[in-house]
Design a protein around this ligand. Structure first.
Ligand code: CA
Length: 707
């Protein structure tokens, strides 16, 4: 092709323009080139992505979302020659959860605060950025950091959602806004962190907020005009009003109206996973947890509370319900079913089955028939203590202690899940699913004094609007905190191998035909493993913990591998495992890459705060206030080394003495620190100070005693 275009003979030029690779004739990186290559991404190209891994065209690589690349230039035999081509600074130390989308070497990736970057992967240079100017006070509505998981690309347009709930279409060549739709009820505590998907010309986007009392829904918009096409609710609304969809009548039978669940919304937000089977014309979506978490408050008479914690199949044309499978009936523990959904064709007991697979928070690996929702199998992939297993009909056999009715209960897995949003991948060559598995136990207690939208009970994060109805107990969990890369055989329902990590909250996975699995780690490494046996083959330090998943693609015939590094997310806000905490970066590697890795700044460890006068009598009240307002972002003072938000146990003394300057004003608004003046008084801050200094003193004396 390149030889052809050098000729200027008219008939050859016509041949060139008819050829599918006509874009070679355009100068790489120009607007015309960007328009041409991105405009070519239509339904047919997206459907064919399962057979063609040249580009990374959508969040999960293809409609099946398997994150398995057929590229094999980089393989188990040569991956040790992988070297850096370039790194690109995202200028933020907040969490980076995005999977980049790449077409013909043009990368589109989102950064904290929903900022979109278009990057030329041939040079590592910025083409354009788009900042939707998210009001920083939105941060308090986001349970789990100001993250964004990525964009969708379709017919020359980029689609992404801002944290504050706008679905935005941009011209892929220039980054100019084409249309914008507010997709949320902005009077409620909804946010969006997920990547939209485009199925059949419709941009589909969910939302989050089930910790804050909202009702989950997803909406489809026409990609061209931005007009709303359909909306689907996952839980019933007020039974005195007409249900929006017929199946909500069936769902309402599984809720007890004496709980007035519709007043807090009921939850069921669909904030991450989707997949699509064009042959069956079914799209799949994972539904989140109940709101409040405590089911006795949400639905006092019990019931399954459909469609919480379910996989649901919808018709992408009109959003009509087709089937559901509920993984955690009557969710009581924040066990969302929003984790990666992967479509595969597996041979199970002698017959070929079209399946959908998920390893949700509840710790069981599910294989379900995607044509009709029939349960095939479920097996726990980590230790669990809430259910002893699943019966033949696909119902969990719950254990009594998990009720947390009369006694505190250490939930294994905890609400961060045995696997969270960090994408898993499925390699059809090895037959294995690669799961970033983990354990972060939390002790639950009943919250009998709970009042909706109130901090009266002093419960976990209630002062920021969290409505869990369950208390985070002062009793520390006894079971291990861990993270590992788990290779799981979905047919045998058992582990093939695993690699232990230093802790939980590691990156998503990518698997390739080069018999490789790539994963970034919480302790700041980007690693390649042998996909068959888990042997480590290559690693490089990236300066910050990694939570996002890597991608791979071809640029001018060469295979590139990219990772968006940047520690953060719910667990990452208050704890980290790296010595340094570099700002988020995109790193891109290829065989023989010779660029030196950027120098890492390793700051001096900060001393534990000391010398603040306080009345020890205030510590008890200060503890409650701190747990109600501060702990989710700032962690436990002087315990751990902080995450991407400062740990107040290492703050300067004068800052803690002048808390009101930061807490009761807009001083740190641009960093996302809310103004708590309507929620906390100066007297409250005196008590919080006592808790911070009291805890710091206790930690200091423990350290001294251990020396
Ligand atoms: Ca949740």
């Amino acid at each position: 092709m390149n030889i052809l275009v050098k000729f200027t003979i008219p008939f050859l030029a016509i041949m060139v323009s008819c050829d599918s690779s006509k874009n070679d004739a355009l100068v790489k990186g120009t607007n015309e080139h960007l328009t041409a290559v991105t405009s070519a991404i239509d339904d047919q190209v997206l459907a064919n992505a399962k057979n063609d891994s040249k580009n990374w065209l959508s969040y999960g690589l293809n409609y099946s979302e398997n994150r398995f690349s057929q590229l094999e230039e980089v393989s188990e035999g040569n991956v040790d020659k992988l070297g850096l081509l370039w790194s690109y600074d995202l200028n933020s130390i907040r969490g980076v959860e995005a999977t980049p989308v790449v077409v013909d070497g043009i990368m589109y990736v989102t950064a904290p605060w929903s900022i979109v970057h278009a990057i030329d992967t041939r040079t590592g240079k910025q083409i354009w950025t788009y900042d939707p100017m998210v009001p920083r006070e939105t941060g308090i509505k986001a349970c789990c950091d100001v993250v964004n998981r990525g964009v969708a690309l379709y017919k020359g347009k980029i689609f992404f959602a801002s944290l504050d709930g706008r679905l935005i279409s941009l011209d892929a060549a220039t980054g100019t806004k084409v249309w914008e739709q507010v997709t949320l009820d902005t009077t409620k505590n909804y946010t969006i962190t997920g990547a939209p998907r485009v199925f059949k010309g419709k941009v589909i986007i969910g939302n989050g907020g089930a910790e804050y009392g909202v009702r989950g829904y997803i909406t489809a918009y026409d990609a061209e005009s931005g007009a709303q096409v359909w909306r689907w609710y996952s839980v019933p609304g007020n039974p005195d009003e007409a249900y929006e969809q017929p199946e909500l009548e069936m769902a309402a039978e599984t809720w007890d109206p004496s709980g007035k669940y519709w007043e807090l919304g009921g939850g069921g937000t669909m904030w991450d996973a989707m997949a699509y089977d064009p042959e069956l014309n079914l799209m799949y979506v994972g539904v989140g947890n109940g709101s409040p978490w405590n089911r006795r408050l949400r639905s006092p008479g019990g019931g399954d509370n459909l469609f919480l914690s379910s996989i649901v199949a919808l018709d992408p044309d009109d959003g009509r319900y087709k089937w559901h499978y509920q993984e955690t009936p009557g969710d009581h523990w924040d066990y969302t079913a929003t984790q990666s959904l992967i479509l595969a064709d597996l041979e199970i007991e002698g017959s070929k089955r079209k399946v959908i697979m998920q390893a949700p928070k509840n710790g069981f690996f599910f294989v379900v028939d995607r044509t009709n929702g029939e349960f095939i199998s479920a097996q726990n992939f980590v230790d669990v203590n809430w259910a002893s297993g699943y019966d033949d009909k696909g119902r969990p056999m719950e254990l009594e202690a998990a009720e947390y009715k009369s006694a505190a209960y250490e939930a294994i897995p905890g609400p961060n899940g045995a696997h969270n949003w960090h994408p898993m991948s499925y390699n059809p060559n090895t037959g294995l699913v690669y799961i970033p598995a983990q354990g972060i136990p939390v002790v639950f207690e009943d919250d009998p004094n709970w009042v909706a939208n109130s901090r009266a009970s002093g419960g976990f994060m209630s002062g920021t609007g969290w409505n869990t109805g369950a208390l985070g107990s002062a009793v520390p969990p006894q079971s291990p905190i861990f993270g590992h890369l788990l290779a799981w055989d979905p047919v045998k329902q058992k582990a093939a191998w695993k690699v232990e990590h230093i802790g939980p909250w590691n990156g998503g996975t990518l698997s390739t035909a080069g018999n490789l699995v790539f994963q970034g780690s919480a302790d700041g490494r980007f690693v390649a493993y042998n996909a068959t046996n888990g042997n480590k083959l290559w690693e490089v330090p990236v300066g910050t913990g990694v939570v996002a998943a890597p991608v791979t693609y071809l640029v001018d015939g060469r295979q590139y591998v990219s990772i968006a590094a940047g520690w953060g997310g719910s667990y990452g806000m208050s704890a980290h495992h790296t010595e340094s905490q570099s700002p988020g970066k995109i790193y891109t590697f290829s065989l023989g890459g010779k660029t030196p890795m950027p120098e890492l700044e390793i700051p001096e460890p900060k001393p534990i705060v000391s010398g603040i006068a306080y009345d020890p009598k205030d510590i008890g009240a200060g503890t409650k206030l701190y747990i109600s307002h501060c702990i989710m972002c700032h962690g436990v003072p002087a315990v751990g080394n902080g995450g991407n938000i400062p740990n107040l146990g290492y703050a300067d003394k004068n800052k803690i003495e002048n808390l009101k300057t930061f807490v009761l004003t807009d001083a740190l608004k641009e960093l996302g620190m809310p103004n708590f003046s309507s929620k906390l008084t100066e007297d409250d801050l005196t008590k919080i100070q006592a808790f911070i200094q009291g805890t710091a003193d206790a930690v200091s004396s423990q350290i001294a005693a251990s020396r």
